[in-house]
Design a protein around this ligand. Structure first.
Ligand code: 2HG
Ligand code: ZN
Length: 462
């Protein structure tokens, strides 16, 4: 089929309201949330069900046209933005947003890819359960994007990455076949665990249309505290002390530079309930058993006495808890308002965090003296957002390389949770061993021989 005839044929599949071809209606599909990546789609299609997704893929495969899957568009790596060719179809899952089932006894939810994470969280909460994937963008991120990017967030140290919550998947392949793997089994060792290929592969191997997620019991008690600390090394001491005192109840352990919270107070007009400090830790513990608040307060008293922390405040109400988290979750927005920033979503072994930060800070400031480093992140699982606020003329690729070289020298990863998208494609080629890349390409060739699924994302175009 000729390219100019394809949109009308797709419209036959998804209906008039599911086809977007012109003008400002296409805007949401032309760029990512930060307006960092821009593209020109041929059209966007919004199927209503899995069969329609399969038919869209069949038509595109027959026409040799590439498809870019699109969820909440809040990813930070340009994974959902088409290229500039005007020849790629954006496939939005937004209209496939049903919660198909919540199994209270089995503690699972079956949900379609277009459902917003927060909607799924709220539905599960009403049943007295917890969907333990929590991130700043949960009000817009959709389940398909969560699966496809193997999203992380703020409670990974307790509940793991998205991958560890996924029991089953429904996927449409590059040639439009439906794989129904919506099993709800905790144990399933029957051959290759193929669903893993579609988790975190950013729509380059198949289109995720629905998922079964493992839920957790909803903790009845929660304690949230903000601590002022002198240094990242002290943060690790606080982490160890917390593990000793309240162990598995630790749900979140976020590190923030004082300068990151300064951005938040200036741009978002929020107030930090502690005095100025070089660093802060935001800590959350949760449990279904009583006694958590007493145990957490005793631990906080201990770290203050030992002067690993210099000040601290414990939230006394849900409102105060939310306010503390708003401080943390507003950093991205405040950073955006401050000007141009170059993001590094890195992880290093937790014990290396202080040395990594020292080495990276020195290297960055030596080579780029007119930048400001904005460090924050999920220190409890080793993931730091090592973002750098830069002047407009700065060479971002050179900065990326410098930071990533330090990351690799510490045995770290150049993407902890945001994925590769189009942003880090060249850096992945540079930083990963050729044997790892070769295996990835063989899997890609096997599942998408025409290279029609999100080409140029994760793996460089050849
Ligand atoms: C967060 O942890 C997000 O808030 C965004 O992953 C991080 O803006 C960023 O770099
Ligand atoms: Zn993050």
């Amino acid at each position: 089929m000729r390219l100019d005839a394809l949109p009308a044929a797709l419209g036959q599949v998804v209906g008039n309201r599911g086809l977007v071809t012109d003008g400002s209606d296409l805007d949401p599909y032309r760029h990512d949330w930060r307006h960092m990546f821009k593209g020109r789609p041929l059209c966007a299609v919004l199927p209503r069900n899995t069969r329609e997704v399969a038919e869209v893929m069949q038509l595109c495969a027959a026409s040799g046209v590439a498809v870019v899957p699109h969820g909440g568009n809040t990813g930070l790596s340009g994974g959902a933005t088409p290229d500039e060719s005007g020849q790629q179809v954006v496939l939005s899952l937004a209209r496939m947003n049903a919660i198909r089932d919540i199994d209270v006894i089995g503690e699972t939810i079956e949900v379609e890819a277009g459902c917003v994470l927060q909607t799924a969280q709220e539905a599960v909460d009403e049943k007295g359960l917890l969907l333990p994937i929590t991130l700043a963008a949960e009000g817009s991120a959709r389940i398909g994007g969560i699966v496809s990017t193997n999203a992380g967030g703020t409670n990974v140290l307790r509940y793991g990455m998205a991958r560890s919550r996924i029991l089953g998947l429904e996927v449409v392949t590059a040639d439009g076949q439906v794989i129904n793997g919506l099993r709800r089994l905790r144990k399933d060792n029957a051959g290759y665990d193929w669903k893993q290929w579609f988790i975190g592969s950013e729509g380059t191997l198949g289109i995720v249309t629905a998922a079964v997620l493992q839920l957790a019991p909803k903790p009845r008690h929660r304690v949230t505290a903000l601590l002022a600390i002198p240094s990242p090394a002290d943060a690790l001491q606080v982490l160890c002390a917390a593990r000793n005192a309240i162990g598995e109840t630790l749900t979140g352990f976020e590190l923030m530079a004082g300068s990151a919270l300064e951005l938040v107070t200036r741009h978002q007009h929020l107030k930090v309930p502690l005095g100025a400090s070089a660093w802060y830790v935001l800590l959350e513990a949760s449990s279904s058993l009583p006694g958590l608040r007493d145990a957490t307060e005793a631990f906080l008293g201990d770290v203050l006495e030992r002067e690993i922390a210099t000040d601290g405040v414990v939230a006394e109400s849900e409102r105060q808890e939310a306010d503390l988290w708003t401080l943390r979750e507003s950093i991205t927005e405040a950073e955006g308002r401050e000007g141009r920033s170059v993001k590094h979503d890195v992880s290093v072994p937790i014990s290396s965090i202080p040395d990594f930060l020292k080495t990276a800070d020195e290297a960055v400031m030596r080579s780029f003296p007119d930048v400001r480093i904005n460090t924050f992140g999920h220190a409890g699982d080793g993931n730091l957002h090592y973002n750098v606020i830069v002047p407009t003329y700065l060479d971002a690729a050179a900065l990326n390389q410098l930071v990533h070289d330090v990351v690799v020298s510490f045995g770290g990863s150049i993407s902890a949770e945001h994925g590769i998208g189009q942003y880090r494609v060249n850096e992945l080629e540079r930083c990963r061993a050729s044997v790892e890349l070769a295996i990835a390409r063989r899997i890609k060739d096997a599942l998408d021989p025409q290279n029609l699924l999100n080409p140029g994302k994760v793996l460089a175009l050849r």
